[in-house]
Design a protein around this ligand. Sequence first.
Ligand code: NAP
Length: 316
Amino acid sequence: MKPEIAVLGNVWPDAALSALALEFTCHVIGRMAPAERARFFEGAARQVRAVLTSGTVGIDAATAARFPGLEIVAVHGVGLDAVDLPAMAARGIVVTNTPDVLTEDVADLAVSLLLAASRRLPQLDRYVRAGHWPEKRPLLPSRSLRGKTAGIYGYGRIGQAVAGRLRGFGIDIRYFQRSEGPEPRRRSASLRELAAASDYLVVCTPGGPDTRHAVDAAVLEALGPEGILVNIARGSVVDEAALIEALSSGRLGAAALDVFEDEPHVPAALCALDNTVLSPHVGSLTVEARLAMRTLCFDNLRAHFAGRPLLSPVFA
Ligand code: NAP
C-alpha cells in the first residue's frame, strides 16, 4: 500500500503532484471543497503519515494534531519559522527542509534587488515608458556600487552567497550574526553597528521570534539617508511601519523587498513610494531551484519510507 500524504500550500504544479501520486496516495488539502475537506479530516486524515508543506504555510501544532499518525513533515523551502518545531519534536515527528539547492538563486535575487534600487531601474523604466525622455525631463544620477560597504545580517548560506557576488562589484563586506562566523574580523558587534558602518543592509537571517522587528527605526536611522535596505529573508525581521516612516521622511534612501510582514498584502504606502523596489516573495522561483527543491522533498519522503537516512533533516 502506498503511504498517505497530505499536501498543504500551493507550490506543487500538476505534473509534480502526478509524479508524487505514483508513489504516494496524495490528499491535496488546498484543492478540496469545504465539504470534502471536512470529510477528509473526519476520516482519511487518520491514515496520513507525511505532510508536504511550503516554507510560508508551514504547519502548527493544531494542524499537526489533526494527523494522529504523522511521522514526517517535508518543508518545500529553507525557512522554518512557520513550522512549530518544538511541537513536532515532542511528538517524534521528523522535519526536513530544502537548504543549499536554492541558495544561489535567492542570492541572485538579493543582488538584483540591490542593483535595481541603487541604479533606480524601476524609476528609469517608468521614465522611458511615460515618454519623459523626448521631453528631456531631468534625471537624477544614481550612486556607484564600487567602494561601498554591504552589511549582511545573517552570514549563513544565502548571506555568504550574496557577499561573494557583491565582492565582484568592488563592494566591501561586513556582517552580523550571533556566532563569530567564518570571517570574524568582518563581524560587527551589533546589528545597529553593522547598519552604521554600511551603505547597504542585506537581511538574510531566519524569521521567527528571535529576529522579529530586529531591523527597527534605530537600525534604519543608522543606515541613513543614502542607505539601501534589501530584505530577502522574512518580512517579520523588519518593522514595516518604521520602514515606511524612514522612507517617507528621507531618513532612509531606498528599500528593495522580496518579503513582507503580512504576505500577500503589501502596504499601500510601500507601493506608493518612489524609492522602493518590490517583488512577491520569489527568491527561489526559478525553474531550476523549484525542481531541485521538489526533488529533495520527494527524496526525503522516499528515504523515510524506505528506512534510509534522510537527506536534509532539520532534526530526526
Ligand atoms: P542559514 O544558512 O541557516 O543562515 C542563517 C544565518 O542567520 C546564520 O548565519 C545564523 O547565524 C544567522 N542567524 C540566525 N538567527 C539569528 C539571530 N537571531 N540574530 C542574528 N543572526 C541570526 O539560512 P539560509 O539558507 O541562508 O536562509 C536564510 C533565510 O532566508 C531562511 O531562513 C529563509 O527565511 C530566507 N529565505 C527566503 C527566500 C525567499 O524566497 N525570499 C528563499 C529562501 C530562504 P547564527 O546562528 O550564528 O546567528
